[in-house]
Design a protein around this ligand. Structure first.
Ligand code: FE2
Length: 327
């Protein structure tokens, strides 16, 4: 069975094509970069609408399969930005109707777990999912993917981007902050916001901006925000591992490219005698392949959806999904 998946939860419109043997036939994407300011959902959606047709054709060309050979269409049903989700869903519905092929709407966060399980060798991981819009610690328990901890306000990637913008470091500033942090040598005091198993990041950003106004070095601010926030992520991930007894940590989301975060999580996991797994960079960030792969898993396990079932869900929780494809 060949599945075409359409990802469109936030800044990236991605098309992936996979077969049932986990073979990736195509992975093409186009990321929206705002000319100024932050990510405006409507502008990102307009970008996605502009590129979706040409990306589908590009993916077909890359895969070597024809439109008629596609057996299943899947798309990101949520969670995400409403206008962006609707572009992906509309494209998926159109293909499904025109080709007369089944359609499956999938949960974006669960797709990050399943592409990790399919490509890294882990079997039952604790997913540390850190991106612009999401910061969650997710694992399988009692037939659902459950959230063991999450941000109470904004995603860590969103916080780093906003901070970078306010500090004049440009948009998608995470990599710039990571570079600056290497030259930081003073750990400045920032709020450590772990509340139970959840975290919050917006107050830390406000405190970091206050330090900037006081004249603290950018390098020290970058160093301190990384050390503080990554320690929070490591703490919550460790407690979730301790609670569930899981021995694998899977990394997912764009922020996982940060080498200091990987180092801190790696150290914690080593000390527990557990193992860290990370998908290939192209599969770690948002992509259509993971959407196609989860669509394939769901359909193969008997899930069916009508067009009426494909309404997007901006706040689609992972534990709403019945995991029919795992024992
Ligand atoms: Fe994502």
């Amino acid at each position: 069975m060949i599945t075409l998946g359409i990802e469109g939860t936030a800044h990236t419109l991605g098309i992936g094509i996979v077969d049932s043997d986990k073979k990736i036939l195509a992975n093409v994407l186009n990321m929206y970069r705002p000319p100024r300011g932050g990510l405006h959902p409507r502008e990102a959606a307009n970008h996605h609408a502009d590129v979706v047709s040409s990306l589908i054709l590009k993916a077909l060309e890359e895969s070597g399969v024809t439109m008629k050979e596609i057996d299943l269409i899947s798309f990101s049903k949520g969670p995400g930005l409403g206008p962006c989700l609707r572009v992906a869903a509309t494209a998926a519905r159109s293909l499904s109707i025109i080709l007369n092929k089944p359609i499956i709407g999938v949960n974006h966060c669960v797709a990050h777990v399943e592409i990790g399980r399919a490509t890294t060798g882990c079997t039952d991981p604790m997913l540390l999912y850190v991106s612009g819009g999401n910061t969650q610690i997710i694992s399988f328990s009692n037939r659902k993917y459950r959230i063991f901890g999450e941000t109470l306000d904004i995603g860590i990637g969103n916080m780093l981007d906003k901070l970078g913008r306010e500090l004049g470091l440009g948009y998608y500033a995470g990599p710039v902050i990571e570079e600056l942090a290497k030259d930081g040598d003073e750990l400045l005091e920032l709020p450590y916001s772990v509340k139970g198993m959840d975290m919050s990041f917006s107050g830390i950003m406000t405190a970091a901006l206050a330090l900037h106004r006081k004249g603290c070095r950018l390098e020290d601010i970058a160093f301190s925000i990384q050390e503080t926030c990554f320690a929070m992520l490591a703490e919550v991930t460790e407690r979730a591992m301790s609670h569930t007894g899981k021995k694998e940590v899977l990394l997912g989301g764009g922020v996982i490219q940060n080498m200091r975060l990987r180092e801190m999580i790696g150290k914690m996991v080593d000390e527990r005698g557990a193992k860290v797994y990370a998908p290939d960079k192209k599969l770690c960030a948002d992509n259509g392949v993971m959407i196609a792969w989860l669509g394939n898993l769901m359909y193969s396990s008997g899930v069916r959806m009508s067009i009426a079932d494909t309404m997007v869900e901006q706040k689609f929780r992972t534990d709403k999904v019945n995991v029919t494809w795992r024992n």
